[in-house]
Ligand binder design. Structure first.
Ligand code: IPD
Length: 270
């Protein structure tokens, strides 16, 4: 039998705290680019790898039968075991470029999925220690406070957060969308860590968020936090949120933001 989501969350929180501590110490000792991935701007540091190994080892020890999907190492081998019902989705450092530069907007993100549904998640800011948590149906929380998203109803007064991928052609398309959208909103922010962006929107520190090209580990925990704080999460044109598009907006803003993004073909292009 699978444990309740509250138990999975407690495990995730403990592991994320230790991992964030390691990331913080490694940053203080000095980090540099270890390798590039999809393009020269898509970087990985020794800390991304060390922190993911630490998280995977800790989860293995606590929950040996579970599967783990991580940004740097993919799905860890589980040998000849039956398919796991619980899968952990791990971004050791979301906002790696901020981390590299010492900008305090980066986080460890750990989500627990049961039978394909994310049921618990934690996002912990490596620098500030801010920690956002959620369980499905149990609300979104930070520092003992239940989170509620913005009540803004006018897109023209909405602060919208977004992000860009690493592929230059994709970025050019994303920049064209931003160039058009900015005339219709209060302003646009590119903060640099999707997991944290979703959590800030969850507590109304910005009104809405959208991004094309997110991987599961970028958004699994943050999207649960956002949904539990009252945001509507979707893709474009009735599609589920996914790699083509994740829109997180208060219900009163969702359609207006969605319609601009659909008109601008924000989920299309490279
Ligand atoms: C990236 C960040 C960034 C987003 C990119 C992601 P990483 O994750 O979340 O804000 O715009 O799409 O790839 O590479 O720092 O883990």
């Amino acid at each position: 039998s699978t444990p309740p989501s509250s138990e999975l969350l407690e495990i995730a929180i403990g592991v994320a705290r230790d991992a964030a501590g390691t990331a913080y110490r490694m940053r203080a000792e000095g980090v540099s680019v270890a390798a590039t991935k999809s393009t020269i701007t898509d970087v990985v540091t020794a800390a991304d790898r060390a922190v993911e190994r630490q998280i995977t080892a800790a989860l293995r020890q606590l929950r040996p039968a579970d599967a783990v999907l991580g940004e740097e190492y993919g799905t860890a081998e589980r040998g000849n075991q039956p398919p796991a019902r619980v899968r952990w989705i791990v971004d050791p450092i979301d906002g790696t470029v901020n981390y590299l530069y010492g900008l305090p907007h980066c986080a460890v993100s750990i989500a627990a999925e049961v039978d394909g549904q994310v049921v618990a998640g934690v996002v912990r800011n490596i620098h500030t220690g801010e920690e956002w948590t959620a369980t499905v149906g149990g609300g979104a929380w930070r520092a003992g406070q239940r989170l509620r998203c913005s009540t803004e109803t006018d897109l023209a007064q909405a602060l919208v957060v977004t992000g860009f991928g690493y592929d230059p052609r994709r970025r050019a398309h994303q920049a064209r969308v931003v160039a058009e959208l900015i005339a219709h909103v209060r302003d646009i922010r590119r903060l640099g860590a999707a997991a944290v962006d979703l959590c800030l929107v969850a507590e109304g520190r910005a009104d809405a968020y959208y991004e094309k090209g997110l991987a599961a580990w970028d958004q699994a925990a943050g999207a649960l936090v956002a949904a539990e704080a009252g945001l509507r999460i979707g893709g474009l044109k009735g599609l589920a949120p996914g790699p083509d598009m994740v829109v997180a907006a208060p219900p009163a803003l969702f359609d207006a933001l969605h319609d601009h993004l659909a008109r601008l073909d924000a989920s299309g292009g490279p």
